[in-house]
Design a protein around this ligand. Structure first.
Ligand code: 5AD
Ligand code: SF4
Length: 439
């Protein structure tokens, strides 16, 4: 028998869905009577909620585990969750015997039971993928800041050749309509004014509404638009192939849907897109953006890019730069390709030298930086509404979000969670400055 843990610390890496999962695990542990602590070294239980996308992901987890040793040589109860837990499974406690719990992204509703098993002297490993069962078993959401995440879809059937997600998160599944609406209502009751619908392929969401009619994400968004108290709706991450006309039209028709679209394209060369198994071309991607902009001309476009995919030539990379120049991004993430064990691309020849990858990443990021700066500059003079999210650096300063997901810095005493009319008066690459027009 071990003493049951009374305090816990959840450390989440990676994407917004992992952040959501981390929050849900924390809520569950709190519902069990445990208290959250800010310092991992002071917690009785540490949950490492891992991400497999980061480079040398498994190696980094093992070194994170090593760092959990306390000054007196003891360790807390350690749970490894997230995508590395799913991918490595029982290998983790074999290599790191201080780990007590390994729990995959589809099994974490069982975390309290696993903690109880460890308290009783066992070790607990669960990387099952039972479709959907976890959500119904999580506690109702009670505490919430103004901007909330809500997972509506998980998993991926696209099998891009570089990506581990289809293996760690499993097949595409959609949470049922009623369950999503219940969680949305609970989030609004708990203080959320904005909800971001999450999914690895969020725009592949399908479900059946209260009248039994099948529909896609646009239908769910239209229903959320009618939810009293909710002011704003966002969704991420989308795949170009699931960008239906209905969802595009929602950007014109649904008042609460914000003018922002994260639609990764990854590369600008059709040859590379084919090798990545992206199942869209450069032109078909650009045509989607044309239709999106026809529906909502001011929409902010965001994306993900990979440089240095095996076989990428200078000409292929130039095609990526050219595509970025055509799109005009409000923001974008870019990564150097790194092989993930078990994925088809990991066995490809034609590795791009590290120094070439560095140069390409640098050139791409410089262009994206220029575009983000230009995007922000073009919003100066606009009068818009922002959602106050947090305190600024000095007293009397707050930071809010514009409809285009810009951080807006301004002087105001408006409370966190308020919606405020502002004029955007200055711009930098990562944020803009605003002046309150009311309140
Ligand atoms: N190498 C580099 N970047 C990757 N991504 C996914 N897998 C890899 C990999 N093996 C990037 C993609 C994806 C984002 C979440 O991470 O751009 O959209
Ligand atoms: Fe990975 Fe491609 Fe699925 Fe995105 S669409 S999660 S990059 S396999």
């Amino acid at each position: 028998m071990n003493a049951p843990p009374r305090s816990f610390h959840v450390k989440s890496f990676g994407c917004q869905m992992n952040a959501y999962d981390g929050t849900r695990m924390a809520e569950m542990l709190e519902a069990e009577g445990m208290t959250a602590t800010d310092e991992a070294t002071q917690a009785d239980l540490v949950v490492l909620n891992t991400c497999h996308i980061r480079e040398r992901a498994a190696e980094k987890v093992y070194s994170d585990i090593g760092r959990l040793k306390r000054a007196d040589g003891t360790t807390p109860m350690i749970a490894v969750a997230g995508c590395v837990a799913q991918a490595e499974g029982a290998e983790i406690p074999r290599r790191a015997p201080t780990v007590d719990i390994v729990v995959g992204p589809q099994a974490y509703h069982r975390l309290p039971a696993m903690v109880a098993a460890v308290t009783a002297g066992a070790r607990a490993i669960d990387t099952d993928m039972p479709a959907l069962s976890k959500f119904a078993q999580l506690p109702v959401r009670r505490r919430q800041g103004p901007s909330a995440f809500l997972t509506v879809q998980e998993g991926c059937d696209k099998f891009c050749t570089y990506c581990v997600v289809p293996y760690t998160r499993g097949a595409e599944i959609s949470r049922p309509w009623g369950q999503v609406m219940d969680e949305a209502r609970a989030l609004v009751d708990a203080g959320a004014r904005e909800i971001t619908l999450l999914g690895q392929n969020v725009n592949a969401w399908t479900g059946t509404d209260g009248r039994g009619l099948a529909g896609g994400l646009d239908g769910l968004i239209a229903e959320l638009d009618r939810l009293p108290g909710l002011e704003r709706i966002r969704y991420t991450t989308s795949h170009p192939n699931d960008m239906t006309q209905g969802l595009i039209d929602a950007h014109r028709d649904v008042g609460k849907l914000m003018p922002f679209l994260h639609l990764p394209v990854q590369a600008g060369s059709d040859r590379i897109l084919k090798a990545m198994n992206r199942s869209h071309t450069r032109d078909s991607y650009l045509q989607i953006l044309d239709r999106v902009r026809a529906a909502r001309p001011d929409i902010a476009i965001s994306g993900d890019f990979i440089v240095g995919f095996p076989g990428e030539t200078d000409a292929d990379f130039a095609a990526t730069l050219d595509l970025v120049a055509q799109v005009g991004h409000a923001q974008a993430y870019s990564f150097k390709y790194s092989p993930r064990p078990g994925t088809p691309a990991a066995t490809l020849d034609g590795a791009v030298p590290e120094s070439v990858m560095d140069e390409r990443l640098h050139a791409l990021q410089a262009l994206i930086w220029e575009q983000a700066t230009a995007f922000n500059a073009a919003t100066v003079g606009r009068r818009t509404r922002i959602l106050i999210e947090r305190d600024g650096r000095k007293p009397g300063q707050r930071i809010g979000k514009s409809p285009w997901l810009q951080s807006v810095h301004l002087d105001t005493n408006a409370p966190i969670g308020a919606m405020l009319d502002v004029e955007i008066v200055s711009a930098g690459p990562n944020s803009v400055g605003g002046v309150a027009l009311s309140g």
